[in-house]
Ligand binder design. Structure first.
Ligand code: NDP
Length: 255
């Protein structure tokens, strides 16, 4: 307990990708994880190339990593593991979005989307796996899917975004099946429309009003609300859940 709040990740060592943007979901995850007692390393392409110096002033270790590049992931994960002394939680949050519709969608843009969102999730998981398998602290993987994967894109994400996130969901389910017998859980969060740089100001006033009216909770979500679902899946509170997809969408897509 810290200040009366239960520390759901006390003693856990967590790696979170894509946490450099202070207004993003990744940064909200990092803040909440630290509040709940985790030691955290953040991997993001926005950080300069650096050596992990260990957590400074209670903050996270920050490491440069391009998740679409296997060698970059390997180098960053080795440093993360050195700095944290092991890995018990992995959150694959780094991602990109684009609304390009299929009739305008060039092959290189389709490939880039899959490289970052889907291959990136594989790349980071692959290099974190030996540490996760060695963990004796109930290890867990949490991946970021999207409502776009479940409803067929159609908003700020085109078919390539929807397909990449659908791939992440299927990948997570297969990880759950393969890794469950070896003690590692794997789950997914599927956020709806969340107020980050990915979405803010992107719809225009009229469309935004119309969209909010169509959401049962009548508003967009906050990064902190996604982080709370991820905290549940990363912590032992969800100890009997694996291979699930948790919707965080205000009722926007009920299925
Ligand atoms: P942000 O763009 O704020 O954060 C994503 C972070 O990932 C950024 O720091 C970004 O860096 C980083 N990143 C992008 N590509 C790479 C890469 N190749 N290697 C390492 N880091 C990279 O987005 P959100 O916080 O909104 O999104 C976080 C996750 O949630 C994403 O996976 C997204 O698809 C998912 N999501 C978001 C929704 C929303 O409504 N916001 C809805 C559904 C899912 P840079 O700034 O340089 O791009």
């Amino acid at each position: 307990m810290s200040g009366g709040v239960p520390q759901l990740l006390a003693g856990k060592r967590a790696v979170v990708t894509g946490g450099a943007n202070p207004r993003g979901i990744g940064a909200a995850i990092v803040r909440l994880f630290i509040e709940h007692g985790a030691a955290v390393a953040v991997l993001d392409r926005d950080y300069p190339d650096n050596d992990a110096g260990g957590p400074r002033g209670g903050g996270p270790v920050t490491l440069h990593c391009d998740v679409s590049n296997g060698a970059s992931c390997e180098a960053a994960m080795a440093r993360a593991q050195d700095a944290l002394g092991g890995i018990d939680v992995l959150v694959n949050n780094a991602g990109i979005v684009a609304a390009t519709r299929i009739w305008d969608l060039p092959e290189d843009e389709f490939r880039r989307m899959v490289d970052v969102n889907l291959t990136g999730t594989y790349n980071v998981t692959r290099v974190a796996l030996p540490a996760l398998l060695a963990s004796d602290r109930k290890p867990a993987i949490v991946n970021l899917g999207s409502t776009a994967a479940l409803r067929g894109g159609g908003l700020l994400g085109g078919s390539h975004y929807a397909a990449s996130k659908g791939g992440v969901i299927s990948f997570t389910k297969a990880l759950a099946r393969e890794l469950g017998p070896r003690g590692v859980r794997a789950n997914c969060v599927a956020p709806g429309i969340i107020e980050t740089d990915m979405t803010l100001g992107k719809f225009g006033e009229n469309w935004e009003t119309e969209l909010k009216q169509g959401i049962p909770l009548q508003r967009f979500g906050s990064p902190a609300e996604v982080a709370q679902a991820i905290l549940f899946l990363a912590s032992d509170l969800s100890s009997y859940s694996t291979g699930i997809v948790v919707d965080v969408n205000g009722g926007f897509h009920i299925h």
